[in-house]
Design a protein around this ligand. Structure first.
Ligand code: WQD
Length: 342
């Protein structure tokens, strides 16, 4: 007996596809929409192979309000998880309008359709980037957000505020924002994973592409930070653990257990890892050598950020479990599969 149906926008994406698997495995039915602007149909095939069954998918651009209205007319669901957004920090600096239009129009369309169709629960994909260069570490959900350092980060802050204000104003609307730290890894089946378009911005996909010989050498952006080994500290959370946090949040909303109409949760491991630590662990667990060079700092990088996860642990009953070594093995297994490397 299915629990409920959940609409997943951007469900062919990296976090969205893993969350779709986790939701179905938890007994939910899903309706997945995606416009494939930063994902591929292969992700849906991978999800269906893992689940051993077809899922309901529609190719929809969430910026197209009429198309989105059709989804709400055709399908009954109380909960929406909104992933659909552009997420490349560097690109957002060069193309701010593209990011504000896509990320905010799509989100406002979702909230508007929920209000129009009286659907109660929305789970929003936010980011630890809203904390910027936090004064105190680890960051809690009460740590003040810093002014965004990129249009991408600003779209996350603005969308959080839109959700907060709409949950306050609209009686039936409840919302949860999950602030992801650094999602990494791939499903253990190696049937779904991260598929960055072009040159990867993020660390681990650049590492796996270097290991695969697609990139000649990894640049480590700075080792003169005030950290134990001089490289930046981040909270790298396994994507399967992250997906399970979404299931816990959906469970909370569908059970009507929320304490407030709008709640925020940090979703991380609570354990900081440096760039060099991640590299050396990746080499060790996958028994390979990575060519890398220490270069200058990347503008906009913060020296360190990691989560205090006690609120999510306690209130969602969720905790990151996957050891980093398993995550790094899975990331390499995924890269080898998509590159046909034995
Ligand atoms: C991590 C560390 C780099 C690449 C961003 C967004 C965040 C989320 C995750 C979208 C930093 C270093 C990286 C490389 C390197 N994105 N690095 N060489 O910047 O912490 O977070 O991505 O949801 O919202 O802000 O992640 O993986 O880019 O960088 O040395 O080739 O790895 O300097 O210290 P970041 P990242």
């Amino acid at each position: 007996m299915s629990k409920e149906t959940v609409l997943i926008s951007g469900g062919a994406g990296y976090i969205g596809s893993h969350t779709t698997v986790a939701l179905v495995e938890a007994g939910y039915d899903v309706v997945v929409i995606d416009n494939f602007s930063n994902s591929e149909a292969g992700a849906i095939e991978g999800v269906e192979k893992i689940l051993g069954r077809k899922i309901t998918f529609e190719k929809i651009d969430t910026c197209d309000k009429d198309a989105l209205r059709g989804v709400f007319e055709r399908h009954q669901f109380n909960t929406v998880i909104h992933f659909a957004a552009y997420k490349a920090v560097g690109e957002s600096m060069a193309e701010p309008l593209k990011y504000y239009q896509n990320n905010l129009v799509s989100f406002m369309n979702i909230v508007e359709m929920m209000k129009e169709f009286n659907r109660p629960s929305i789970l929003f994909s936010s980011s630890a980037t809203v904390y910027g260069d936090a004064e105190t570490l680890p960051v809690t959900e009460q740590t003040p957000r810093q002014p965004a350092t990129s249009p991408y980060g600003n779209t996350k802050q603005i969308a959080e505020d839109i959700l907060r204000d709409c949950c306050r104003a609209y009686e039936r609307l409840y919302g949860i924002a999950l602030r992801y730290f650094n999602p990494i890894g791939a499903h253990p089946s190696a049937l779904i994973g991260e598929l960055p378009r072009g040159v990867p911005n993020n660390l681990l996909p650049f590492v796996t592409q270097t290991a695969a010989g697609i990139r000649e050498r990894l640049s480590v952006f700075g080792n003169d930070y005030d950290t134990p080994d001089g490289t930046c500290l981040r909270d790298y959370i396994d994507v399967v653990d992250l997906a399970k946090a979404h299931v816990a949040a959906v469970d909370r909303m569908t059970a009507g257990k929320m304490d407030e109409k709008y709640e925020i949760f940090n979703v991380g491991t609570g354990s900081p890892v440096s760039v060099l630590e991640l590299l050396t662990r990746f080499e060790a667990v996958n028994d390979l050598k990575l060519p890398y060079t220490i270069v200058g700092r990347r503008p906009g990088d913060v020296p360190a950020v990691w989560a205090d996860t006690s609120y999510a642990n306690k209130v969602l009953g969720w905790k990151a479990e996957r050891p980093l070594d398993d995550t790094l093995r899975a990331a390499w297994a995924w890269e080898k599969r998509i590159r046909n490397i034995k």
